[in-house]
Write a protein that binds this ligand. Structure first.
Ligand code: URA
Length: 269
């Protein structure tokens, strides 16, 4: 990967370096061994090449299979603010009754990258913004290591973050299929309006719902798939959820590979 110019403060640079070390980077070397005794080959052409998209034709997400209440409420929205307002007025999802508040989205609506998580946790339920707790802090450090941020005002360096589910499931339990299905029309409309170049799924739930695949996240992660939204195939990369990485820090190196693949895809387009 070509080194990117950025305007990190020394403190941010130190944090990014710490994150690399946490991921297992203990030396400045490439993934593959290099025979330094051989004469150097001629320099390779410099154009960045995009990672291959394993499955370009994703199954279309059929609105016919989604609950009519959500579909008609989401269909009437023509901006992200209208989706948030429609969700505030939407009473068909039982999770709304037990949650403190709606948690819709955060980040730059113009961003090229949309991140989709599973569901708000305790901190997100309190603040009404996705990924603001411990796993969100790790996510921010991961993004920063590849030059991306939810605070960036520049489309190319920015991310937009949302979830499959917009209200916290009690006790952070995994949302049921009925709950994700109920919320899906709003996620699909969000994608239609935000128009990301690339979607990154954090964990299995968004990857399954947006691609129709059912393999475990350790099988799916790192492979470029596609979400078929309104006839458009959007490149989609499943990766490990930051909450999982907090429990299994030795898996951070896999997440790092996925982030490098994301960077490569963005640089190539
Ligand atoms: N986990 C998620 O999947 N989403 C959040 O917003 C927070 C934690």
């Amino acid at each position: 990967m070509e080194a990117k110019q950025n305007d990190m403060t020394p403190h941010e640079a130190a944090r990014a370096l710490r994150w690399l070390a946490e991921m297992g980077a203990d030396d400045i070397i490439a993934e593959n061994p290099v025979n330094r005794l051989q004469p150097a080959p001629p320099p390779a052409p410099r154009a960045a090449s995009a990672p291959a998209i394993a499955q370009v034709v994703a199954p279309a997400l059929s609105r016919a299979l989604l609950p009519a209440a959500g579909v008609s409420s989401a269909a009437g929205c023509s901006s992200l603010a209208e989706i948030e307002a429609a969700l505030s007025a939407f009473d068909a999802c039982p999770l709304k009754k037990t949650a403190t508040r709606l948690c819709f989205a955060d980040g730059n609506p113009q961003a090229r990258v949309m991140l989709v998580g599973e569901a708000p946790g305790r901190d997100e339920d309190i603040q009404g913004k996705p990924f603001v707790g411990k796993s969100g802090q790790l996510l921010d450090r991961m993004l920063q290591a590849v030059g991306l941020s939810r605070q960036s005002g520049e489309r190319d360096n920015a991310v937009f973050i949302t979830n499959v589910i917009f209200w916290r499931p009690p006790g952070n339990r995994t949302p049921t299929e009925a709950e994700t299905t109920m919320c899906l029309p709003f996620l699909i409309r969000t994608i239609e309006i935000q128009k990301p170049d690339v979607i990154v799924c954090l964990g299995a739930t968004p990857a399954h719902r947006l691609t129709g695949k059912s393999e475990g996240i350790l099988k799916l992660r790192g492979k470029w798939l596609a979400a078929n939204i309104s006839g458009r195939n959007i490149p989609l990369l499943p990766t490990l959820h930051p909450a999982y990485l907090l429990r299994q820090p030795n898996q951070k190196r896999l997440a790092w590979r996925d982030l490098l693949s994301l960077r490569q895809m963005l640089d190539a387009h």
